[in-house]
Structure formats: C-alpha cells, structure tokens
Ligand binder design. Structure first.
Ligand code: GAR
Length: 191
C-alpha cells in the first residue's frame, strides 16, 4: 500500500473524496492530512474518517523554508510516499517541490494551461469561455504548470456566476481527483 498524505487549507471536500476512495483494492491509503491553518474545516472531516491530522501553521514560521521544513518533518513522520494537494493554498518553493519530484500532485479548478493561479471561475466567465473544468497535474517548480494527468470538463451555462460555475466544477473535481489518484498510484506501483 502506498502511503498518501493530503495537504489542505479549507473545507477539504476533495480530500474527503480521496480518503473515501482509498479502500479495498485501491493501491493507496491515507496516512495524514496536513493543514496550514487550524481553521480548515477539512481537519474535523479527516479526523471523523479516522485519518491522523496535523496543523503546520505557516504564520508560526519566519519564512517559507522553515514552514516547509516543518511540513516535511510531519510528512516523514507519517511515512508519506505520495503527496496530494487538495485545496492547499500556499505556494511551495522549488526546493520543497524537488523533495517530492514525481510524487506530488495537485488539483486546480481550471482547464490548464488556461487560468493558472486564483479566481479561475470569474476569469473563465470574463474570458467568455464556453467550457470550464478542473485539472490534476504533477507539481513542478512553476505554479500550476506540471504535466496534466487528467481533466474534467463542464459547460459554462447562461447566467452562470463564479459561484454557480464553481459548484459545477467542484462536483467534477470530486469525480476526477479520485480517478486520477488511483491511476497514478497504479502506475507508481507498477500494476
Ligand atoms: C478546489 O476547487 C480546488 O480545485 C481549489 O480549491 C478548492 C478546494 O476545495 N484549489 C486551488 O485553487 C489550488 N490553487 P476543497 O477544500 O473543498 O477540496
């Protein structure tokens, strides 16, 4: 079984879907959920599912390197072999990314390479896009830039707001991320 750490900053709905999926013949098991804020609603959800949780509050560290060293210590303590970013809202340094090269994946709420960064749904609307969606990609040193492992597409509908479009994309994320993680771990374990 491949030990999977999940990093969150918020509600953790994608994290919940990943944990739910990691059962039975799934090649992975969740080993820890790490949040950079104690306010993340996902922490209680992880605990309720029996997954160990840790808060590494970025504000408690003098710089990114110190914050990431503390996260790395927690990931090692948990025996993590793969890291899933699931609504984790801190930018990671190239040094940290290098520690997890080929073993860290992220979900981003747009059809990459369109709309890297924040406010993706509003930007899709402003651009007049007729289609939106989500991407799971390998994390590389450049933000939202690594090789795409899978995408889910949804239509942009007349009258959509960032909220209505975001809800449609999030529902698609909940199908996409577990499917991509399964396949990614199968390939890692040579199955
Ligand atoms: C998701 O839409 C995810 O794609 C996005 O944050 C949301 C987290 O929701 N991630 C990013 O914007 C990363 N830059 P969740 O906490 O309910 O999974």
């Amino acid at each position: 079984m491949i030990r999977v750490a999940i990093l969150i900053s918020g509600g953790g709905s994608n994290m919940v879907r990943l944990v739910e999926d990691m059962a039975g013949d799934h090649p992975g098991r969740p080993c820890v959920v790490v949040s950079n804020t104690a306010a993340a609603g996902g922490l209680a959800k992880a605990a309720a599912m029996g997954v160990p949780t840790v808060v590494v509050d970025h504000r408690a560290y003098p710089d990114r390197a110190a914050f990431e060293a503390a996260m790395q210590a927690e990931l090692r303590r948990a025996g993590a072999e793969v890291v899933c970013l699931a609504g984790f809202m801190r930018v990671l340094t190239p040094d940290f990314v290098a520690l997890w090269e080929g073993r860290m994946i992220n979900i981003h709420p747009s059809l990459l390479p369109r709309h890297k960064g924040l406010h993706t749904h509003q930007r899709a609307l402003d651009a007049g896009d007729t289609e939106a969606g989500a991407s799971v990609h390998l994390v590389t040193a450049t933000l939202d830039d690594g090789p795409v492992l899978g995408q889910a597409r949804v239509p942009v509908l007349p009258g959509d707001t960032a909220d209505t479009l975001g809800a449609r994309v999030l529902a698609a994320e909940h199908r996409l991320y577990p499917a991509v993680l399964r396949q990614f771990l199968r390939e890692l374990s040579g199955v």
